[in-house]
Design a protein around this ligand. Structure first.
Ligand code: UT7
Length: 333
């Protein structure tokens, strides 16, 4: 009997241009010491003007397909979680074309920093129902395009990157997705935005319209911080209780990489030792939908995450949106 999901392979890609804290200090009034102590970030990656989101995503996706040993033509779904597409109509189809996944349907999903987790859970439903057999879930963002590089309160946090996960339907006994929860609260959404604020224009006599133009990211860091340290432990607690899993049985805590202090606060709440908390914030900062799959891929390739390891993951961010999932890593056959 089908109905289960196996997490088979991962991939990631980051642009080669590195921007260190010291380099950022040449542009805004900040310092390496401040950024490291308040966030844990040391540097981030910035795409060149020529590097597209689709290209970055396809590179990550292709690495996952290589690890899985899958022919791209055997994938049924390419689901791209991003808030920074090359094209507002969606970038997933360009990723599909680049991968040669000619039999897959491809579309974008937008849920900011929760995007990858929401996409993983969404793709899992198609596999569970039997409607699809193989899916490639990608989380990718180019925050560098939308950050206000003159706003030191936000620009120090963000970077660019993409990560991918290959999922396959399997029998129910081997199900790797043990549980999930997703939440949204639009009433608190104004603490983190990337909004359209174009000019009011005349179309013809008596008809006006607004020409689309986005403002850079606007963030109330303290509000987002408070939201994260309150809601992430709460949703993880709910999920662990529901799944009858105790924190000490987790092999890894894989959180959205936003701020080292948030990772530590969540770990402390569950008495999870810091060695079990995956973090690559120092190298990449916050790549939004990219953080969880990039971190997953690094930990898999470094041999930290191994078959049957139990992982608790949580994403959180703009919307506001947040979610958590519990899964077991399978790896390629
Ligand atoms: O995916 C979700 C994305 N967003 C987040 O995860 C954001 C969550 N929030 C945070 O990570 C933290 O709130 C920040 C790292 C953004 C800020 O840290 P903080 O400890 O909350 O600092 P703060 O906003 O309370 O600012 C403290 C001081 C202020 O100076 P005064 O008013 O005390 O004189 C700021 O002006 O630090 C100043 N400051 C900076 N100084 C040097 C703010 N940004 C910087 C900076 N460099 N980059």
């Amino acid at each position: 009997m089908q109905g289960g999901i196996a997490l088979v392979a991962s991939g990631s890609a980051t642009p080669s241009q590195k921007l260190t804290n010291d380099q950022l200090g040449l542009r805004v009034d900040t310092s390496d010491a401040w950024i490291r102590s308040r966030t844990g970030i040391g540097e981030r990656r910035v795409s060149t003007p020529e590097e597209s989101l689709a290209a970055l995503s396809a590179k990550a996706g292709s690495a996952a397909l290589d690890m899985a040993g899958w022919d791209p033509a055997t994938i049924d779904l390419v689901l791209l979680a991003t808030s920074t597409p090359d094209d507002l109509f969606g970038s997933a189809t360009q990723v599909q074309a680049r991968l040669g996944a000619k039999n897959a349907v491809a579309f974008d999903l937008t849920a900011a920093c929760s995007g990858f987790l929401f996409a993983l859970i969404t793709a899992a439903q198609y596999l569970r129902s039997g409607a699809m057999h193989r899916a490639l879930v990608i989380g990718a963002d180019q925050m560098s395009r939308w950050v206000d590089w003159d706003d030191r309160r936000s620009c120090v946090l963000f970077g660019d990157g993409a990560g991918a996960l290959a999922l396959q339907s399997t029998n129910f006994e081997n199900d790797g997705l043990l549980g999930f929860k997703m939440k949204s609260d639009g009433s608190r959404g104004n603490c983190l935005n990337l909004v359209d604020n174009g000019d009011s224009m005349s179309l013809v006599e008596g008809i006006r319209y607004r020409k689309g133009k986005f403002l850079p990211i606007q963030m109330n860091g303290q509000e987002v911080y408070k939201f994260a340290v309150r809601e992430v432990p709460a949703i993880l607690d709910e999920l662990l209780t529901l799944s009858e899993i105790t924190p000490d049985s987790l092999d890894w805590l894989l959180l959205h990489q936003a701020n080292k202090r948030i990772l530590d606060a969540v770990a402390d709440r569950f008495s999870i030792p810091y060695e079990k908390v995956l973090s690559n914030l120092f190298k990449y900062g916050n790549t939004s939908a990219g953080t969880i799959p990039i971190m997953l891929d690094e930990a898999v390739r470094e041999g930290k995450i191994r078959r049957n390891h139990l992982i608790a993951s949580s994403g959180f961010g703009a919307g506001l949106s947040w979610g958590a999932s519990l899964f077991r890593w399978h790896g390629p056959d």
